[in-house]
Design a protein around this ligand. Structure first.
Ligand code: URA
Length: 216
């Protein structure tokens, strides 16, 4: 299922992100009421082009990990805390021709951008109603558990906690009352950049697989 977000929330996000360097719009995807909701940071260039979350290089790593515990793209819900591709604008010189060319590489979303998309994410979470949240990397983890949360310390273990939701009064966050089961994982791109993390990430996913077998 490709999710359809409420028009009024989309309009509010559009207003809150006006003028920012954000491209495309990649919706979340997957079944309602799944065991797992995988939560990334933001779409990259590939996702912007094909409109499918985690369909590029990080997505391939992620799917290998998901499949290693007996799940598939069809059985998990996949989303991110920001729905558009954050990009930077860089002018670089083409080495061969000497010409100046403009590049728009991916970048990490700012805290303001994550907050601008927060009402959309909150709505999606309630609508999808997953059993376990799997934030992938610090951006997603901190969106749920606040800026002191750290993936290096919290990866690969079950945490039961309330999560943050958008607070319209302060334009920041407040703690929701419901407690969630959260299983933080390194972002799959971490494996691509830091190869020595691969066995750590694989072991984390095996731990999640074992937890799911024992508890479902
Ligand atoms: N990184 C993310 O966080 N999400 C994607 O969809 C792709 C890369």
């Amino acid at each position: 299922m490709i999710i359809r977000y409420p028009q009024e929330l989309l309009a509010a996000v559009k207003k809150a992100t006006r003028g920012r360097q954000l491209a495309g719009f990649t919706p979340g995807q997957g079944p309602r009421h799944p065991e797992l909701m995988l939560i990334g940071e933001a779409p990259g260039r590939h996702e912007e082009r094909v409109n499918i979350p985690f369909s590029g290089a990080s997505g391939q790593e992620l799917m290998r990990l998901v499949e290693s515990i007996g799940y598939s793209r069809q059985t998990v819900y996949i989303t991110s805390v920001v729905r558009q591709r954050p990009y930077a604008v860089k002018v670089v010189q083409n080495k061969k021709t000497g010409q100046q060319v403009e590049k728009t590489p991916n970048r990490t979303p700012t805290k303001g951008e994550v907050r601008a998309f927060a009402p959309l994410f909150d709505w999606e979470l309630h609508f999808v109603d997953p059993q376990i949240l799997v934030p992938l990397g610090n951006t997603a983890l901190q969106r749920l558990l606040g800026s002191k949360a750290n993936i290096g310390k919290m990866h690969g273990q079950l945490i039961e906690s309330p999560i943050q939701e958008a607070d319209p009064d302060s334009n920041g966050y407040r703690w929701a009352t419901k407690r969630y089961r959260i299983f933080p994982m390194y972002h799959p791109a971490a494996i691509l950049y830091v190869r020595r993390l691969e066995p750590v990430v694989q072991a984390d996913w095996q731990r999640l697989g074992k937890y799911l077998k024992e508890n479902h």
